[in-house]
Design a protein around this ligand. Sequence first.
Ligand SMILES: [Zn+2]
Length: 268
Amino acid sequence: MEWKNNAPYVLCLSHDVDRITKQWYHYIYYGLKHPMIQFKSLVLKMKGIEPYWNFEKIIRLEKSYGAVSTFFFLNESRRELSANFLGRYKITSKRVVEIIKMLDEQGFEIGLHGSFDSYNDLELLSKEKKVLEEILDHQVVSTRQHHLNFDKDKTWEYHKKIGIKYDSTIGYSNKVGNEPYKRTKENIIEIPITVMDTVELNQNVYEDCCRTADNGGIVMLNFHQCHFNELEYPENVDFYLKMLEKAKKDGAWITCVKDIGGWIDEQI
Ligand SMILES: [Zn+2]
């Protein structure tokens, strides 16, 4: 594949927006491992600095590299007293609508982060896309299913039915993935995750990204915006910066899912 402006490879930036406010039980849970860090984080929160609200920081950083990214917004409707469902946000709340519109106006892509059950529920997925499009007042073309939930017979088929063109659900939450992009039989351009910030971001992971880059492929980063916090996740921010620096030095194309999906769509 020849990339835009003959770039040697692509660095695709994406952020799943699972939570926007840190909950009390997060402080207890993480505080057992890192009490001092969590104490400092709590003090900052009490001063009005929300550790999970990192949108402006991400915008500033990516713009400084001339890049934009995709933010996948979740619209979770299932209510359950478990870690998978507690502490979600209301997508139609004022502050979420405002940040979605602001990101959109600044040239960032807003994608659909299909809720936990939507990967095999066409009606639910369709409804979530419509709500997001009503906020944006334009079409949404990219998606990633939350929790990377996926059904090989249904999910891409449902994406196609609701007008999604690009998906980035394939990948693994507990290891680094290295599958190439492809056009699925449902005519969806699939751009798999290379690395998600839930893995230990060690030298092996970095080298794996470098291999994908050396092969002229797409290094797809999925870094949750709530983890974009130097105090609590310094290794995440460091890794992200390291990838941005490398991509800049190498002259790679750094952009969001729909730009790369659209490019592939024209080439294959
Ligand atoms: Zn998610």
